[in-house]
Structures are given as C-alpha cells and as structure tokens.
Design a protein around this ligand. Structure first.
Ligand SMILES: NC(=O)C1=CN([C@@H]2O[C@H](COP(=O)(O)OP(=O)(O)OC[C@H]3O[C@@H](n4cnc5c(N)ncnc54)[C@H](O)[C@@H]3O)[C@@H](O)[C@H]2O)C=CC1
Ligand SMILES: Nc1nc(O)c(N)c(N[C@@H]2O[C@H](COP(=O)(O)O)[C@@H](O)[C@H]2O)n1
Length: 286
C-alpha cells in the first residue's frame, strides 16, 4: 500500500501578513514557524552577529495599562490578536519575561493558540525557549514553565541571573533547587542592581539564540524602551496590541521615566486590525 503523501505546503496555516512584513520584510520564508529535526527554522536576525534580533511586544489598554490593580493579570488581547501573538512566538528562538511577570502570571509561553496543523503533517510548530530575567533567582521551582518542562510539554527554561554581591548561601540554595527542577541558570553582568541587558543579549547569542521576543512586564518593557534610545539600541521591532478597553489609574503602566526624546526614535511601520483590537508595528528610525 502506498504511504499517503504529506499535505502540500498550501495546507499549512499561514501567519498574519503584519508579522511577515515587520519581521521578515514581507513573504513567508520556507519552513517558517515549523520545527524540523536537526534544522533551525527561519527567524529574524540582527546585523550585529553578537546579539539576537529583539522584538518587544505586549498588549495594552486604551489608557496604556498592561495589568490591572495590584498587578492583576488582564486578558487584554481578544482571540484574534492572541493567535497573532502565538504566531509571533513560533517565529522566535526564545521568549523572555521578567521575574515580576513570572511570579504574577505564572505563564506557559507556548504556542497553543496557533491553528492546528492538518492531520499527518510532517512537522510541528517551533516552540521558543522560555527565558526569565531573574537577577536574584526568585523563580519558584513549582512554576508552570518548570512543571511543563518536567512533564515533557515545554522546553527547558533558562534563567538569567547575576552573581550574588557577597557570599550568599540562600542564592546558592535557590540555584540548586531551580536546577533540580530543570532550569538552566546563566550568569551575566549586573548593571544598577539589575541584569545588564547588553550582557544578557550577548550571552544568549553565544548560546545560539538568533531572535528574542520580549513579552514584558512593565519594568522590562520600560528598560528595553529606555535602552533602545541610547547609542547601543537594543530593540529592533516593536509590536503592540491595543485593546478597546480602559483600565484606570490603578492599573500597571510601563511609561515611567521614558523621555520623549527616546520614544520618538521609534517610527510607525504598519497597522492591522485583529478582531476588535488594533496592532501596531514599529521600527527604530535609522
Ligand atoms: N499585557 C501584557 O502584554 C503583559 C502584561 N504583563 C503584566 O505586567 C505586570 C508585571 O510587571 P512587573 O512587575 O514590572 O514585572 P517584570 O516582568 O517587568 O519584571 C521586573 C523585574 O525583573 C527583574 N529585572 C532584572 N533585570 C532587569 C532589567 N534590566 N530591567 C527590568 N527588570 C529587570 C527585576 O527584579 C524587576 O523587578 C503584571 O501585571 C503582568 O500581568 C506582563 C507581561 C505582558
Ligand atoms: N498578548 C498578550 N495579551 C494579553 O492580554 C496578555 N495578558 C498577555 N500577557 C503575556 O502573556 C503571558 C501569558 O502567556 P501564557 O498564556 O501563559 O502562554 C503573560 O505572562 C504575559 O507575558 N499577552
């Protein structure tokens, strides 16, 4: 009996054009978003081979809030823009959140909302590596990222930490517990009491990460936006979902300490409507 042929490429669900334009300059590179054994899928890269391409992305309300009162996690994205975000996840080697988000939201950072591939399709969707910006190792060993990894449903999380300032027994114990739970701890330089972002990007690139999707939260978004205004710009693409809701003053914003001279260095590239939401793509001015 003949083996049934693999479905034609045309049967494969296609990602939103806004992402193809913003991340690849239009057109879907062959094999995009799909995992093939032994082959790295196409992804955006940075001209400077010493760091990954950085895509900063998040969902906000009309009054620029990304979380509710006391940090409550909000479902701001509607179904269509959430699917767009999960497509974006398939297009990056790694996806990063700060420890504030990891503790508050207990995220999974997988691609479960992308449309299913046809039955018998020879590939799976590419799953990005989860990365947590966690200078002092406060991630919980029982978080979903680690339990998913242990259950074989998620990739091994990497934690970006900084060496403790003095011989700190607790830090060593926390590191041990997290490593036993499956995490890989990567030490980078400290800058103003936090992880140095340039040092972190360099370390990730050395480990093979060609593209990094930064999903938040507020302090991380603020740090990347502020850094992207200096000479050594850190953000290459910004994709923001705006949901048609107001959250109010009690919500979590990300605009603190951002100067106008820095944010106007980002220029509009494209706008698209996803269900009830509007998604903006921006790139830095040359
Ligand atoms: N709507 C959206 O798209 C998203 C919303 N959120 C929301 O954001 C809120 C959490 O935001 P935050 O508390 O600000 O936490 P965060 O996720 O931004 O983490 C901030 C923490 O990361 C650590 N860190 C280490 N190096 C750093 C650096 N260079 N720059 C910045 N932080 C560094 C610090 O401990 C810092 O306190 C929650 O309400 C969450 O639901 C989070 C992600 C996306
Ligand atoms: N795109 C988007 N829309 C929202 O409305 C959101 N609240 C977020 N949050 C981010 O997604 C993470 C949750 O991911 P999982 O569903 O657990 O895979 C959350 O931690 C934020 O980073 N994003």
């Amino acid at each position: 009996m003949d083996t049934p042929a693999a479905p034609a490429a045309l049967d494969t669900p296609q990602p939103p054009p806004l992402l193809l334009d913003a991340l690849f300059g239009g057109g879907a590179p062959p094999g995009l978003a799909l995992h093939t054994d032994g082959q790295a899928p196409p992804t955006p890269t940075h001209a400077d081979a010493a760091r990954p391409h950085v895509t900063l992305t998040f969902a906000q309300s009309l009054d620029a809030k990304i979380g509710g009162a006391r940090g409550k996690q909000l479902a701001l994205s509607g179904r269509e823009s959430l699917v767009m975000t999960h497509w974006m996840r398939t297009m990056h080697d790694a996806i990063m959140v700060g420890i504030g988000t990891a503790l508050n939201d207990d995220p999974q950072l997988n691609t479960r909302h992308v449309p299913p591939l046809p039955e018998g399709h020879p590939h799976k969707y590419h799953l990005p590596r989860p990365v947590i910006l966690d200078a002092d190792l406060n991630l919980l060993p029982e978080c979903k990222l680690l339990t998913n990894y242990a259950a074989g449903t998620g990739r091994r999380p990497w934690i970006i930490a900084v060496p403790p300032t003095r011989n700190c027994v607790d830090w060593g114990l926390r590191r041990h517990d997290l490593e036993v739970a499956g995490a890989k701890v990567i030490e980078v330089e400290r800058e103003n009491g936090r992880v140095s972002l340039p040092s972190m990007l360099k370390a990730l690139r050395k480990l093979g990460v060609r593209s990094l999707m930064v999903e938040g939260g507020a302090r991380v978004i603020q740090s990347f936006l502020a850094a992207s205004t200096e000479k050594a710009r850190l953000v290459d693409t910004v994709i923001v979902t705006v949901a048609p809701v107001f959250v109010g003053d009690e919500g979590v914003g990300y605009g603190a300490n951002l100067s106008s001279s820095s944010v106007d260095k980002l220029q509009h590239a494209q706008t698209a409507v996803f269900g009830r939401d509007v998604v903006f793509a921006l790139t830095p001015t040359q």
